[in-house]
Design a protein around this ligand. Structure first.
Ligand SMILES: Cc1ncc(COP(=O)(O)OP(=O)(O)O)c(N)n1
Ligand SMILES: Cc1ncsc1CCOP(=O)(O)O
Ligand SMILES: [Mg+2]
Length: 229
């Protein structure tokens, strides 16, 4: 079913970010893990978080089973709680439930936002990949997602991608809807400005932090500078 662009005000969800005057909050950083980590990664993450503010951390591990992810997750989830960073699990509603995560990120093949809400309850944040599609984003909003994610905006080696939206999808979204939008894909401190200007509520970044020449903390500090202009 086609969903109409409407003035529908969707529940702002993700971290209840709107204040009483309905101002859209400033853009924030949403950090995504490398696709493979060792148990020592928790120390790398702790040092990275010293670099500047991070709103959310997504554990995105590929090629290992949920049991192994759960084992690696435990100290990371504790660190995130200590640092007031939302801990988001990628791909798996079941794992998010098992860990008591703050949120789950679902791709188009990872499960249904409505089902996730039923299983995880009202306070768990649910994000949905919407590629370059306004329709998918409106569908996700209707299904009760707490944020929609558009991308990949720039070339990336972290994931094979087929969709490359224009930043204008972010300004379209934020003009019509309160529900937060996330920009993802190849974002660096040097190319972030057009996405911030277009209204991205969050920049989701992985490679530009973990592979940064000057180290993750310096990269996070550089993102903070880019976001603040
Ligand atoms: C914030 C955010 N946006 C998009 C994605 C991509 O999700 P998906 O399409 O399911 O691809 P994988 O990350 O699972 O490879 C994401 N993880 N996070
Ligand atoms: C998971 C994902 N989904 C679309 S692009 C992407 C990769 C994000 O990582 P990077 O910031 O290294 O491009
Ligand atoms: Mg996925």
């Amino acid at each position: 079913m086609e969903i109409e662009e409407s003035e529908l005000k969707l529940d702002p969800g993700f971290a209840d970010r709107f204040d009483s005057e309905d101002r859209r909050p400033d853009c924030q950083l949403y950090l995504i893990s490398p696709p493979a980590i060792t148990p020592a990664f928790v120390d790398t993450l702790a040092a990275a978080l010293d670099g500047g503010p991070v709103a959310a951390f997504q554990l995105r591990l590929k090629g290992i089973d949920d049991h192994a992810i759960a084992k690696l997750a435990e100290p990371i989830q504790k660190l995130c709680a200590d640092r007031d960073v939302a801990f988001i699990v990628n791909d798996s509603i079941g794992l998010a439930k098992r860990l008591g995560a703050d949120g789950v990120h679902l791709g188009q093949e990872d499960g249904d936002a409505r089902e996730a809400r039923q299983i995880l309850g009202p306070s768990v944040q649910i994000g949905v990949t919407c590629h370059d599609s306004r329709h998918l984003a409106m569908e996700a909003g209707e299904a009760g997602a707490d944020y929609v994610a558009f991308g990949a905006f720039y070339p990336t080696t972290t994931k094979q991608v087929e969709h490359h939206p224009d930043p204008s999808i972010l300004s379209w979204w934020t003009t019509l809807f309160e529900l937060p939008c996330v920009a993802i894909g190849g974002i660096t401190p040097d190319n972030a400005a057009p996405l911030v200007k277009a209204g991205a509520d969050f920049l989701a970044v992985s490679g530009a932090v973990w592979n940064a020449e000057g180290g993750p903390a310096a990269a996070i500090a550089a993102f903070e500078k880019a976001i603040r202009g």
